[in-house]
Design a protein. Sequence first.
Length: 406
Amino acid sequence: MNKKTRLALAVSLAGLALPFAAQALEFTGYVRSGIGESTASGSQACFQLPGAPSKYRLGNECEQYAELGLTQDLATLDDGSVVSVTGMAALYNEYDHTPKFTGDHGWARLVQAYAEWSKIPALYNGSLWAGRRFYKRNDIHISDFYYWNQSATGAGIEDMEIGGLTYSYAFSRKDNVFQENYTNRHDFNVGGFDSNPGGELEMGISYIADPDRGDSNSGWAFTVQHTQDGFLGGSNTFAVQYGVGPGTGLGYTGDVTLDDTAKSWRVVEYFDWQVTPRFGGQFQVVYQKDTREGGGDQDWLSIGVRPSYALTEQFKLVTEVGHDQIDASEGTRKLTKFTIAPTWSPAGPAFWARPEIRLYYTYAQWNDEAQAAANRLAAGSALSDTGTFGGDQHGSNFGVQVEYWW
């Protein structure tokens, strides 16, 4: 990161606060950091099945990562509406590399920089926004899988309250971090359907049209999601998604070179529980089927659970088991991973209490097809025969990690 980039990040964040000190200022963030090694006497190498969109996180993250954000209220108008600005920097650096947050082993991004006019009576208490932002993100924590993520660089109207429902529309050209192609994307969401006591339905549709390729490469995606509060002391989420062409990204903009012969659908089920003050966790099942004309079909199944039991008010024993499997033309790839993590949690015994400081040991095992796919798609990775574990089809990591959000 050169001097101009560092200066731009500093000005974007710090500059939010200086002219408007009298207004409310909110500082938010997320940090995870640590150090790890492999039992093969090498650097920690994380386990992810080639072709799978996610991996199970506990004891299986090989980077330092931070998000630091500021939101500054600029003015509260006579009608009660509020004008504000938000900026957030994200910093990423791989283990065992100097934390320069640049080059092949790190990066720095201004992932949010937007203005918002919220609680507008004329828009039924909705908001107007414009810029680059995290927008309507839905993820599974234990695998960090953002299955429905409409983050965008664009503008929109959010959460208008009409007839007991909330309506949102956004237009964007890019996402907020890595999307390479400028692509017209329209996202329309409706939420607030009372399906049952404690239950709510939300649905959304995305239309994606690449201005450089025309209608032949347009696509769409549809998601319907049900959330249930009060489930085992926590909540349950069930979602069904279907996409065509560039809409096969399902939760974001997919490959803009695809046409309508490409199709994907996905079922997501996960729940959090906190059945006692000391026993909590999260469970997930994800199934996705991708169909591509001329080859490239695959089915992905992911099943995992992370239970957490607090032996005292500040000491937890956390474990995680995850299995990923992909059926493809070359065979069935399989990866199973297990982690045990004695954890100090000064904020309390609950599953979601943070910060956490963890010692961990992780063991993973994979099959021939997974190794062959890693050799072909991810040479040098943990599952490949040129990685840390060589020709073995199993491996272990150990280390310490801190995670905190505020």
